[in-house]
Design a protein around this ligand. Structure first.
Ligand code: F6P
Length: 498
């Protein structure tokens, strides 16, 4: 960001902060009392998704200030650069074209790999009873979530296992009880250098699976490791790891999901792309949601927020979102390297409701600080006993209402302060299309938060130092010489764990 636009952003942030000051003194119930149209006016839609922001501490004045912030941060300009395939990942000199992996307009090289994936899926399905998918971070969380979320579309009789952790228990569990002669191993790594994935892959390869495939942006490394060239499915350096579930990283989904599940997921994401790309800020669901995230984090000072899917099939969504949001925007300098005055994202955490109600909701209702909550329900058909459906909704709606309304009591321990913010969202059904749209919504929201804060969401240098140090410490733990000059605490632990 140029010095002028940086200054413009600071000036508009002062306006946002003034709006926050004004609203801090008002309760959410006051805001509803002051405006009978509030629920309607603050409910927005996008393909497969509806979001009601009326229980957030915002009003028209706050949204106007946030729109000015978006304009000062050049939201329109950066969005155009993203979709023009410009080098938006400036620190690594790359475009970020994950959106080009989905929809009818995908480039020929993408369509070619998709066609090879589909042909491979068709050929391999009769030959296997199990798939072991090895990868970590962006090479794991997305496909794992999709496979879990779309369970009803899974090919019957196909056992699907994932392992990511370098703790050997994970990979040991992943092959337990499987027949190697009927198993496909898929090694997924953008770089094909990740320690955890390669260690797990070596182990499973030695177990003797009949088929091995790879998804990677370094196909030559996969071939050198021993995967047959025809079983290597490439993606590209313009796809960031945590944005890669739309690529060959999801080969497991292409094989395991019936009814064109993977293709439909891509189509749903493309619908959300079209919304994000063409809709002005004031009606743009991912952008507005990003502005509210920034508002809660920076204008109101809430350090974290909880994401609570009231849908068991979305139980892995918080883990996926943690990487997407915090690896993208957990930054302390702007895209030009200036120290940031404010965070680009909050801490993301959460778990599926209703289970979470019986765990950490105590803190949400009666803890000292406010933690905004994002509720997500599946408004479509549900599996299992029909009577459960109303109960899930009753619980989600009740929690949001209880957070806002609170309860007075003469006994302090039984009182609920209320006035705690939340967003209520719904997908129209748990279809591949809606899941694709939901995940693309979160990608675009993450991008917009980065634009508002002025950071590059597409690099992740923050993960490097620990990896490097692990490499330095490893020889000492394998019985070799320890590195020189480590601090006394680390040295003592090296001795203890050797
Ligand atoms: O450690 C972070 C990271 O680089 C993530 O960004 C990435 O998704 C993950 O590691 C796995 O990397 P790869 O796909 O190259 O194995």
């Amino acid at each position: 960001m140029s010095a002028t636009s940086f200054a413009a952003r600071e000036t508009t942030f002062a306006q946002v902060a003034r709006e926050a000051e004004r609203l801090r003194g008002r309760t959410l119930l006051d805001l509803f009392a002051a405006d009978p149209t509030r629920a309607k006016a603050l409910t927005f839609t996008a393909p497969h998704l509806i979001a009601d922001f009326s229980k957030q501490r915002i009003d028209a004045g706050a949204i106007a200030a946030l729109s000015s912030l978006a304009a000062a941060a050049d939201f329109d300009g950066y969005r155009a650069k993203l979709f023009a395939g410009e080098i938006v990942n400036t620190t690594e000199g790359r475009a970020a074209k994950h959106w080009a992996l989905r929809g009818a307009d995908a480039p020929a090289e993408v369509k070619d790999v998709q066609a090879r994936m589909a042909a491979f899926a068709q050929r391999i399905r009769p030959e296997i009873d199990a798939i072991v998918h090895l990868g970590i971070g962006g090479s794991d969380l997305g496909p794992r979530l999709i496979i879990d979320a779309l369970k009803p579309l899974r090919t019957r009789g196909l056992d699907i296992r994932f392992a990511a952790n370098v703790d050997g228990a994970d990979v040991a569990d992943a092959i337990e009880g499987l027949d190697p002669k009927r198993t496909l191993l898929i090694v997924v790594s953008k770089t094909f250098t990740t320690q955890e994935t390669l260690a797990n892959a070596e182990f499973v390869r030695a177990w003797g699976p009949a088929h091995i495939a790879a998804a990677t942006a370094a196909p030559e490394k996969a071939v050198a490791w021993g995967v047959k060239p025809e079983n290597v499915f490439a993606f590209w350096d313009w796809v960031g790891g945590r944005y890669s579930l739309w690529s060959s990283v999801s080969l497991v989904c292409a094989i395991a999901l019936r009814a064109n599940g993977f293709e439909r997921l891509l189509n749903g994401a493309a619908e959300m792309d079209a919304h994000f790309r063409a809709t002005p800020f004031a009606q743009n669901l991912p952008a507005l949601s990003a502005a509210i995230q920034a508002w809660n984090r920076e204008a109101l000072g809430h350090g974290s927020y909880a994401v609570i899917p009231y849908a068991e099939r979305l139980r892995l969504l918080p883990a996926y979102m943690q990487q997407l949001e915090m690896e993208s925007n957990g930054k302390r300098v702007s895209r030009d390297g200036e120290a940031l005055a404010r965070s680009a994202c909050a801490v993301t955490w959460g778990a599926a409701g209703t289970n979470a109600q019986h765990s950490f909701f105590q803190l949400l209702h009666q803890g000292v600080g406010e933690i905004p909550v994002e509720f997500i329900v599946n408004a479509g058909p549900q599996e299992g006993p029909p009577a459960h459906r109303a109960k899930v909704y009753a619980n989600a709606l009740a929690q949001a209402r209880a957070l806002m309304v609170g309860k007075q009591s003469a006994e302090p321990h039984r009182a609920f302060p209320g006035n705690r913010a939340s967003t209520m969202m719904a997908i129209d059904a748990l279809t591949p299309e809606a899941l694709g749209a939901l995940l693309a919504f979160y990608e675009h929201r993450t991008f917009t938060q980065a634009v508002l804060a002025g950071v590059n969401p597409f690099d992740q240098f923050g993960v490097e130092l620990g990896k490097e140090m692990a490499g330095q410490l490893l020889p000492a733990l394998e019985g070799g010489a320890g590195p020189e000059g480590v601090d006394p605490s680390t040295a003592a632990w090296l001795k203890r764990l050797r």
